[in-house]
Design a binder for this molecule. Structure first.
Ligand SMILES: C[S@@+](CC[C@H](N)C(=O)[O-])C[C@H]1O[C@@H](n2cnc3c(N)ncnc32)[C@H](O)[C@@H]1O
Length: 553
């Protein structure tokens, strides 16, 4: 728990070393931690905070303390762990870093649990994140952190730097050795939540993971979209905020970079409601050969696509990425659509994608906070807000499926089955005689759409159609299928029951329609393939469409 006196000591210490923050006041609140408030309005471009470099904890210090020739990534974390947990002084050429940074180290949160990164939550708390993007990243992060600490220890051991012969864990009850993983984990949490990228002060720095600590500026909380500038000039860090965004008495925010809630949660331990930078991943699994075929087809797949999963990024700005839509369409390509991307594939892909999104949303909806009683209140609140922001993105993507589908239907105006039936009144009448209704929605409700579609398609083939009939494409598709189809025994078995449930009964009962032309079992099997090629069912309203082949680019 942060003590008020620790904050005061930190501020006095920084001022005595030349830090400037005349127009910012720092306050503490148990829910928000420390935060800055604007004391006086400032002019445009006037720095709000200036921190001289003497107050930075830098990677070069770590290289010197550990007597290495070259900088090593993450060595700064070990230096921080040493400053915090080593009771012996940490010196560079006799100069005591421990004494210099004592007020800063004393101010920092004392434990990983105080900092609150999910990586250091209990197993039960972490399990609350199951089903979100954050959960699989925790396991990966835990392994990486352990490996990083282990290799750092081995490296120092190899160079005979310090007495690192044994990897210590804890030194007796309550005392943490600075060489332990616990100490390293604490330093990791501090760097994760407070460090600035080292390239700000070292232009030659290529490694984006190397950071430095800059007291005082690190007391500011984050807001996405806040206009701030960070400059390293004249041996100081200069922080400016846009005076247009803040007024006297308001909070002075930093901007850690516009980040998604997954990044904020994992790296800073908080989330933002209505985060405009929110993203999530939809991971789909297909066999390697499908990925290869997709690439040959010209699909652009996200980096890292493999049989282990293809992760498509869904964001508020782009809830339905084009590559995801095309991939879904490709998965529903028929042999007759080889090397083509058709309207049917596109609509079918959107519809199947919607099913996947609906089931993802359902898993979020069935998760109940009440089933996880006795959980730390703060953690539970955070998990609820995070899960809700992930769910909203899937909902947004689902709404986008509906609006994309709607605009495609409006654009291409495909023939509905209802309209198609209307154009053949004789057949329409037969439906009432056979099934008791000629309304498509009732036919659909009774589970009779397959029979009606098959009969109608065969009817289109057997009947006279004018040259400009909107049904001509149905007959043409039938003729096309009949010249290429290879009927197998399985096809005959599959259609047998259905065929015998209709014939010869129909040809005897309504011979003027069902005895005129070819209503053989073979014609039904052909019509079955025609259904695959032209029929699309819109899930939102159950409407059935008969689609002409339209090739999209
Ligand atoms: C660099 S520190 C900022 C100062 C911090 N409030 C403190 O008490 O020292 C970053 C931490 O502040 C908290 N924080 C920053 N911005 C926040 C926000 N918008 N909402 C909630 N917590 C925030 C998080 O705990 C984060 O890990």
């Amino acid at each position: 728990m942060m003590l008020k006196s620790n904050l005061e000591n930190l501020l006095d210490w920084s001022k005595s070393h030349g830090a400037y923050f005349e127009n910012v006041e720092f306050a503490f609140d148990k829910d928000r931690g420390v935060y800055g408030i604007l004391k006086h309005e400032v002019n445009l471009d006037e720095p709000l905070i200036i921190v001289p470099e003497a107050l930075f904890i830098t990677p070069e210090m770590a290289t010197k303390v550990f007597g290495l020739d070259e900088p090593v990534e993450a060595l700064s974390l070990l230096l921080l762990a040493k400053l915090k947990f080593d009771r012996k002084e940490t010196l560079i050429n006799g100069y005591s870093l421990s004494k210099m940074f004592e007020p800063y180290i004393a101010f920092l949160p004392n434990s990983c649990s105080e900092i609150g990164l999910p990586l250091f939550w209990t197993d039960r708390e972490q399990e609350l994140l199951k089903g979100t993007d954050a959960y699989p990243r925790l396991e990966q992060k835990r392994k990486e952190l352990h490996k990083e600490w282990s290799s750092l220890m081995s490296l120092l051991d190899e160079h005979n730097k310090l007495d690192l012969v044994t990897k210590e864990t804890t030194q007796g009850k309550g005392i943490v050795s600075w060489k332990s993983f616990e100490a390293y984990a604490w330093a990791h949490s501090i760097y994760c939540t407070r460090a600035f990228p080292n390239f700000l002060r070292e232009q030659s720095e290529r490694n984006l993971n190397i950071g430095f600590l800059c007291p005082i500026v690190d007391l500011l909380n984050h807001k996405n979209g806040e206009k701030v500038t960070w400059t390293c000039a004249d041996n100081s860090f200069v922080f400016r905020a846009s005076p247009k965004c803040i007024r006297r008495g308001e909070e002075v925010y930093n901007n850690y970079g516009d980040k998604s809630n997954t990044e904020l949660l994992l790296n800073y331990g908080f989330v933002l409601d209505d985060n405009e930078s929110e993203t999530t991943a939809l991971t789909l699994k297909v066999e390697e050969k499908v990925i290869e075929a997709g690439i040959n087809f010209g699909l652009k797949l996200p980096l890292g696509a493999s049989a282990n999963g293809i992760s498509f990024n869904i964001s508020l700005a782009t809830p339905l990425p084009n590559e995801l839509l095309r991939f879904m369409g490709f998965l529903h390509q028929l042999k007759s659509e080889k090397n083509q991307y058709t309207l049917r594939m596109h609509l079918e892909g959107i519809s199947k994608l919607r099913d996947i999104l609906v089931s993802r949303i359902a898993t979020f909806k069935t998760w109940k906070a009440e089933e996880h009683a006795n959980t730390n209140k703060k953690v539970m609140e955070l998990v609820k807000r995070y899960r809700s922001s992930q769910k909203s993105l899937f909902q947004r993507a689902c709404q986008s499926c509906d609006s994309t589908e709607k605009s495609l239907i409006q654009k291409y105006k495909p023939l509905t089955l209802q309209r198609a039936l209307k154009s053949d009144s004789e057949f329409e009448k037969c439906l009432t005689l056979i099934f008791g209704t000629n309304k498509v929605n009732e036919i659909e409700k009774k589970g009779l759409s397959d029979q009606v579609l098959l009969l109608f398609i065969v009817r289109c083939k057997n009947r006279e159609l004018s040259r400009d009939s909107p049904l001509r494409f149905i007959r043409e598709t039938y003729e096309n299928v009949s010249t290429t189809i290879e009927i197998t025994r399985e096809d005959v078995v599959e259609y047998s029951d259905l065929y015998h449930s209709l014939f010869p009964y129909l040809s005897q009962k309504i011979p003027e329609v069902f005895a005129a032309g070819d209503y053989s079992a073979k014609s039904m099997i052909i019509a079955g393939t025609v259904v695959d090629r032209i029929v699309f069912k819109r899930n939102v309203n159950g409407e059935l469409y008969l689609l002409q082949k339209i090739i999209l680019d």
